[in-house]
Design a protein around this ligand. Sequence first.
Ligand code: COI
Length: 357
Amino acid sequence: MGTTTIHFPIEKTTQSRLSQTNFDQLEFGAVNSDHMFVADYVNGEWTSMKIIPFQSISVSPACSALHYAQMVFEGMKAYRASNGDLLVFRPEKHLERINNSNRRMCMPELPSSFFFEAIDQLVHLDQDWIPRKEGCSLYLRPFIFATDPYIGVKPSATYKFIIFTCPVAGYYKGTVNVVVESKFVRAAEGGVGEAKTGGNYAASLLPAKLAADKGYHQILWTDSKEHEFFEESGTMNLMFVINDTLITPPLGGSILPGITRDCILTIARDWGVKVEERKIGIKEIVNAYQNGSLQDAFGTGTAATITHIAKIHHNGADYTLPASEDRVLSNKLNQYLLDIKHGVAEDKFGWVHRINL
Ligand code: COI
C-alpha cells in the first residue's frame, strides 16, 4: 500500500487500561484503547507523526474547528482472524473517502505514506484490545480538524490528524423502529451530506431526539425538496427488498457513500441478486407493504454493519416488517460480510488488509 512509507516514533504507555475493560459489555465508543496516532499540518505539510499513549489534547479557545466545524472523520474496523492474523477492512477505501471529505471541507489531503503505516502500527500495538467475539471489532476513528487559533471565517492553515481506537460491539443493540422525517433534513443537494463531517451529525441530533421522545430509535431521512424520497436512516445508508430486488437510494451529493453500502451492493450483484440504485419513496413502500411485496428494510454502516428496521412510522401509521430472523437475503449478506472481515470466507474482492510488520 502506498509508495514511500514514513516511519515515526512510538511511545508506549506504562499504564495500560486493558485489564480494567469488560469485553463482555462493550458500549459503542465508550472505551478507548491505550494509544493514539497524531500528526500536525503546518506550513503546507504533514509533520510530527507519532504514536503516543491515549491522552487529552489542548487547543486554543479560538480553535477554528470549535467555531466553524472545519473537520472530517472516518470510522473503520480491525479484526483478529482465528489464526491470529490482524485484519483491517478496506483501509484504501476509507482513505479515498476521507480525502473526498477533505476536499469538500477545504482541508489538506492525507497521504498514503503515513496513513496506512499509522493504522498498521496502532492496531499492532493495541492488538490485545481487539474483541474476540464475532461481530465485535476494534473501531478506528481517524479525524482531522482545523487548529488555527483564529475566529475569522476562512480555511485554517493548520490542522491536527488523530487516530484513536475503541473495542466495540454493534452500534445498535437490535432492530430499530424508525419514523419518516417530513420537517427536518439531514442534508440538501449542494451541501455537505456526502462528506463525513461533524455538522451532518450535529444537525441530526434534534430530529433524532424528537423521534426518540415519540418512542422511535431513529429517523428515515427524506429529500430536502419534497420530503418524499428516502435518503438515509439515522447514521446509516438505507436498503429495501421488494419482490426479491435490493433497492437503495442513489448517491447524489446529499448521501454518504457508505463503504458497507458498497460491500452489500457488490456482494449482492456478485450473487446475481437484482440490485437497483434509484429513488424510492414513502408511497412505494406503503404500496409494497399493502400488497405484501415489502420483504425487508435495513440500514448499513461501518458501525452498524447491517441493522434491520422493525417498524416504519409515517403519518400516524406503523408499518411492521417481517421478523428480522426471517429476512433471508440481508441475513445471508450480513453473515458473508462478517466472514470476509474475520478472515473466514475467501477475500474474493480484495477488501481485507493483513498487517504484516
Ligand atoms: C460509522 O458507521 O462508522 C459512523 O461513522 C457512524 C457513526 C456516527 C457512529
